[in-house]
Every structure is written in C-alpha cells, then in structure tokens.
Design a protein around this ligand. Sequence first.
Ligand code: NOJ
Ligand code: CA
Length: 606
Amino acid sequence: MTGTRTDPPRAPRPARPVRARAVPDSGPPTAELILPVDQLTAIRRELTADTTELATASQWFESDPLWFKRAVFYEIHLRGFADGNADGIGDFVGLTERLDYLSWLGVDCIWLLPMYESPLRDGGYDISDYLRVHHDYGTVDDFVAFVDAAHQRGIRVIADMVMNHTSIDHQWFQEARTPGSPKRDWYVWSDTVERYQDARIIFVDTETSNWTWDPVAGAYYWHRFFSHQPDLNYDNPEVREAMLDVLRYWLDSGLDGFRLDAVPYLFEREGTSCENLPETHAYLKDVRRAIDAEYADRVLLAEANQWPSDVVEYFDGGGECHMAFHFPLMPRMFMAMRRDDAMPIIEILDQTPAIPANTQWGLFLRNHDELTLEMVTDDERDYMYAEYAKDPLMKLNLGIRRRLAPLLDNGRDEIELVTAILFSLPGSPVLYYGDEIGMGDNIYLGDRDGVRTPMQWTGDRNAGFSRADFARLYLPPLMDPVYGYQAVNVEAQLRTPTSLLRWVHRFIDMRKDHPVFGQGSYEALRPSNPRIFAHVRRLDDDIVLAVHNVARSAQAVELDLSGFEGMVPEEMFGRARFPRIGQLPYLLTLAGRGFFWFQLRKDDDD
Ligand code: NOJ
Ligand code: CA
C-alpha cells in the first residue's frame, strides 16, 4: 500500500482485480491519534480477536442479501477525510488509517464519493477515466487494500458511479467529437437546440441550456448537468455494455455496490421530461440481472431526486435497485422543526407507497450537495429559503448549501431530535461525514465546497487532517470560534462522555440492536396534538413506539395505544419502565424537542 501517485495518465490499465482475501492489517493502529489510551486498548483487543478469526474465513461476511436493510451508512468525501501522504489532499491511505474510528462509531457501510480519474470540475462527478483511481487518492491497489481493511472490520463499501455522463476530458468524448469517429454515437448530438425542450435544467445557477455547441464536432451535445459533463447515449448498445464492464471491474475489486448517480436521466425521448423513462428502467433491470448472476450481496442505491410515486419505480417489485434515497422526506424534517408541526413528515410518509420486502429507502438529513428543494411546492421552497437561507450566499440552484449543525443553529436538542426521527423511520440512515461531531460549513467557498471542508480530527494543526503546509490544503479547515476545529473535533468529543459524537455512537449501537428499525412495519399514530410525531415499528415480537415532540415548547399528548393494552413501555436507553398501557388513551408529556423511544414489552417480560 502506498500513497504515491503511481498512475501515469495513459499507462496500460491494471488487470481487473480479483476480490481479494487480505491478511489482517499488521500496521500500527492509528486510532491512538484520537482515542484515549484505555479505549484504545479495548478496541485493539477487540480488533485483534476479530481479525484473527476473520482472516481464517474464506469470506469476510456471512452471505446476507438483505444486509443493507439493517445498515447504517456513512458518506465520505475522500478528498476531505484524511491525508495519508501529507500533500494536503485526502486519500485512500489516510482513509484506511481512520477505519478504526469508523469501526468504533459503528457504521456498517461506507459510501465513497467519486474516486475516479477526473479534472474535478464537479467534485469528481466528471469522470475522465472510469477504471483509474484519481491520482490524488492513490492507486487501484490502495483502493483494494482499503476495501479489504474495511471488510476485515465488518464494514462494507459502496462508491458513487456516474453512469449518465462523463467529463469532456474522457477519451470516449474526445474520440466522439471527431467527425466520422466510431465513438460518435456514444454521446447525444444535435444540429439544433430544439430537441428535448421539455427537459428541465437542473443546475439553474450555471446553465441556461441542456445543449452546448462543440466546434470540433460541429454539433450540439446533450448534458443534464454542467456543460463539461456530456451525457452518454444509452440508446447505443456499446455504451450499455461498456458501463456494465465498468461496474464489473469495481465489483471484482471488492466493492459492495454503487450509489448510482443521476440515474433518472439515462435515456432521452422527444415530448417527455427525459426523466424516469421506461427505457431507463429496462436498462437498470438488465444491470441488476447481470450483477445478481455474477455477484452475491451487492447493492444498487438509486440517486433519483423525484417524488415517491416515481422513485418506487426504481425498485420495480424488487427487480431493479435495492435502495433509493427518499429525497422529499428530507426537507420536510427541517420544515417540521421550524414550524413546530409534525404534519410535513406525516404527509410525505402517507404519500410514500409500500416498497418490496427486499428493498430499502436511504434516509438522510444532509449530504455533499445543497439541501435540495426540488421536491417541495413553490410556497414551501419560499418558506425554507426564508427560514434556512437568510444570507443569499447560502442558496445554490434550488437548494441551501449548509450543513446539519448550522441549519439547526447548533442546537443540541434539535440535532438529537432530528437524528432520532431519521433513525426511527423505515429505511437505512445515511450519515454525512463530520455531522456526527456537528461540523459547520463555510458559505464563502464556491459551489458546494462549503460543506466539503476537511474532517476535524483534532485541535492540532490542520485539524489533524493533514501534515501538509496549511497553504497546500485542498480547502481550508473551519477555524471560526463556534465550528472551528479547535472547538469541534473528534478527539475532544471522544474525551467527553456527553458529546454529540458519544451520543451518535450510542444511538447507532441502539439501532443496530433492533432490526425492527430496518425491517419492521411502520404505522403512524395520529394524536390530536399536531406537534407530536409518533409511530409504531413492529417486527415479530419486537415492537417500538417512537414519540417525538417537534415543538420548541413542552407538550402533552394522548396516544391511542388500545391495540397494545396490557403491555409495558420500556424506555430504550435507560430501560425505565413506564405505566402499563390500559384502556384509556396513554398520556405522555415531553420536553421541548424531546422524544421517547419505547420497546413495548409484555407485562411479565424481564
Ligand atoms: C448528483 C451529485 O450528488 C452531484 O454532486 C453532482 O454534481 C450531480 N449528480 C452531477 O453528477
Ligand atoms: Ca494525500
């Protein structure tokens, strides 16, 4: 494993790697950078025991096709996580060194933002070579070593895959733009900008058309995002096959699946919005069939920023994607908090169709993009801007480019409540790196860089992210007195039993003890107090009652729990028993922004 840049731009490609069976990592545990000694010793002991056992196994995981339904995901911007070779840029060596932290935190699956060769005009979503690791991040070997080290710790890894478009720098596009090239038909060309006029523009702050003139090609090319990201032409069977081969390459190298970027836009048809087309679904089903036939336990997670009724099509009875993000839910959790009213959450969940048992929602509060407001009404968008983007610099496209903690005014109760709601819902939570310590953002940086600043590991130089000169860092770490790395960092929060990080750790632990959260049914309760969001999750005998007060003020609520008469609610963190459920409505009082999670137990349970 090295951190050097060993991929020359056009050297022969590495052979497709074979999913490796690595030996246990014998390097020094780097957790001592951040962990107090007593915990470090305990973790070391656990790791030593685990890895010895795992190393003798032929696979790191038992076969478990539904693992993603119970998983907690953690999204990582590789560039910003940990710099292993002191060049100011995060990389696979650095990330591998931080796996002990992620293992301690309890996450089940890492989601990596694009790690491929790219000119980085869109954070790597502009790929110039699908089969190479970006030279800043290391080599394919570093990637394989990282995946193996993650697997040794029981952590799976998925990565972004941008199927819809490439960078203009990609060799395919460079060939395609040459008139008469056999690659010409790999992209979507037109002599006029009149085609596909019903397709919306997504990056409204930068683009005025989905067509851009290419003087070399003598034609316009089609792009749903930046003009430097031409869309591939999925009507061409060679493109469809080439993309499948790209997927195979990374699955062979050990990856557990993909977050399929911009997946609704693969095909175009005149007279339509060019989104969610039947042809797109047909191709995704082909992809799924191929992966199922060749690999076990992999996952496809669709990024389809659409209404629930359209998104469920990506599950297609369980034969297309395994997971899809629930975009419309996300802004409604923030709306509920500001309005002191649970209705936005209840309504969107009411509108969410049931999904097949072998599929799952990906639920999130924040990610590497702006808090998107595409899936809200115009009035709701105005409301969100008025409440959450008071400075115009906070707006981007149809969204708000801020992190979780600043959105919630750094309110600890608010962060805990909204996290509790997220974790209580049917779906798998996806955390964004740094939100577990309440990192802030920097709205003075361009585009979405303000929410992609270096992970704050310690109060030392460069937040413990890199040993490079400060001036060399890919972005400056936060240094303001509230969110700056001297105030907010992993090391300090590990030392503080009451810290947000410790709380998140306990919360993840709790969720993982109860598969009901990932796999149980969901039933909304409808108390007359609109400030209360309460629901029941059930998986066989494991019954959880979750009650959340989204209001700032204390509230009382009467819940109809008649279906559970005779059972005893046991608070899940302290295990205190509450009064037995009788025939009358069950009365609870909650502090402002307070919540209870109860396990409903039979009266004679221990
Ligand atoms: C969605 C990604 O999340 C975003 O970061 C990117 O800019 C667009 N897709 C284009 O690939
Ligand atoms: Ca580096």
